[in-house]
Ligand binder design. Structure first.
Ligand code: COA
Length: 414
């Protein structure tokens, strides 16, 4: 079985999280990803949040698997010459520097096209063209500027950011799609193109349902929100606690052990089609006869009361017992799983979603494998490279002799 992206060479100028997420995905699909890092320094995340002193951090190792590392100072003359060879050698270049950084190195899009007209040049930036285009951006800034924070949190409380890295990893995913789309286009155009993805746009795309609700507001209250029927709505989509983003009411309820276990909760969706079974399971069959309860519309003003009643029942059972009872009744529900539970879940190990890899300095560590499964192109998840581990090997592939490599090393270019 061949890898889907075998033969595609990626010049990876990415750092931190958004860009590396993108190129790691491409590497899992079989692309040869050459990660370019500053000599002696490398991607700043190698040294951030280190759990073991002087060892590449999990931040770095979990975002840079399956790549090769080449050290190169692209601000030196020798470095620029090698970088030019790399642009000729590769199919795709990916970067997520602060706006203008590659232009300042002398590698504008026009220059890159001169060097290699088939090059696909992909970038993540915080914002698209407009008033903020020159700003540097990190994850939580993107969550705040893309609509996620204003719509996340308890209804009468502060905006909240989410633990899911929708600004960084989310934008990296968007960029990866842009790259493979441009690669496909190149098969008939024979030309490269520019691919850009702004983190604000990526987050807003993931908050699409909240812009939906913004427009629904003009036609009356959002009846599935906890503010309905007694609270008030302003003129913007409000925060909605744990209510469901879809048309079926949902909420997080406590389960047995919640007093001591912060994750003893379950999310339950009271989908209309499965409501009879749910009402019977919790001993509220009378709801099915009562006009105050027996239609989805009638229930809307009582959602808080309904979830209180459901919770009285779930508090007598563990989250897994609730799953066992409700799943056969087709009631959509999901336990709140902690990172510890996920790390230990055997089925996620079996599918390669959680993978243990071995690192020559760190030893064994867990990483999240490829969440996208292709039937004919399996992804083998490997460790991240050491800084400059593949420098000589890659420079030889570019046609440099051992003497050339030594000269570049002594000039501080690699
Ligand atoms: N050789 C020589 N110089 C190099 C180099 C190399 N191999 N790799 C990077 N550099 C230089 C860059 O050219 C830049 O120099 P310049 O400022 O003189 O142009 C410098 O290193 C630092 O790059 P920068 O991107 O400004 O890093 P930063 O740490 O100050 O900012 C971010 C980090 C993430 C805020 C910024 O890169 C950014 O906004 N990126 C776009 C949005 C993004 O992806 N954010 C999410 C990150 S997870």
């Amino acid at each position: 079985m061949s890898k889907a992206l075998e033969g595609v060479k990626i010049l990876d100028m990415t750092h931190v999280q958004s860009g590396p997420t993108c190129t790691q995905l491409l590497a899992w699909f079989g692309a040869d990803v050459i990660k370019v890092e500053r000599p002696g320094v490398g991607d700043a995340t190698r040294g951030q949040l280190q759990d073991i002193p002087e060892v590449d951090s999990l931040y770095f190792t979990m975002l840079n698997g399956n790549k090769r590392s080449l050290t190169l100072n692209t601000k030196t003359d020798d470095g620029k010459a090698i970088f030019t060879k790399l642009i000729q050698y590769c199919d795709v270049m990916v970067e997520n520097f602060a706006p203008g950084a590659l232009d300042r190195m002398g590698f504008t899009w026009e220059r890159i096209q001169e060097i290699n007209p088939r090059m696909i040049y992909a970038s993540v930036k915080g914002f698209g063209p407009g008033p903020y285009e020159d700003c540097k951006v990190y994850e939580n800034v993107a969550q705040c500027t893309g609509g996620a924070a204003s719509t996340t949190g308890e209804i009468d409380s502060v905006p909240l950011v989410t633990g899911a890295q929708i600004g960084d990893s989310g934008t990296g995913l968007h960029l990866a799609l842009g790259i493979v789309t441009a690669l496909f286009h190149r098969t008939h155009s024979d030309k490269g193109q520019r691919v850009t993805c702004a983190m604000q746009d990526g987050v807003l795309n993931l908050c699409r349902v909240k812009l939906r609700d913004q427009q629904r507001l003009a036609h009356g209250p959002l009846t599935e929100y906890p503010q309905f029927p007694n609270g008030t709505f302003g003129d913007a989509t409000p925060r909605a606690g744990n209510s469901s983003g879809g048309g079926q009411p949902g909420w997080i309820v406590k389960c047995k052990g919640w007093e001591t276990d912060p994750d003893a909760y379950i999310y339950i969706i009271t989908q209309a089609a499965a409501f009879d079974g749910l009402a019977k399971a919790i001993g509220h069959e009378y709801w099915l006869e009562d006009p105050e309860w027996n239609t989805p519309k009638a229930r809307l003003p009582h959602l808080e009361k309904m979830f209180d009643e459901i919770e009285k029942w779930t508090m007598t059972k563990t989250k897994f017992e609730v799953m066992e009872i409700l799943n056969p009744l087709n009631v959509p529900c999901g336990p709140i799983l902690s990172m510890k539970e996920l790390a230990e879940e055997p089925s996620l190990r079996d599918t390669g979603t959680i993978v243990e890899v071995d690192h020559p300095v760190r030893g064994k560590y867990l990483t999240v494998g490829n969440p996208i499964k292709l039937s004919d192109s399996p992804a083998d998840v490997d460790r991240s490279p050491l800084l400059g581990e593949h420098t000589d090997e890659i420079l030889k592939e570019l046609g440099m002799s051992a003497a050339d490599i030594e000269t570049s090393k002594s000039a501080g270019a690699v």
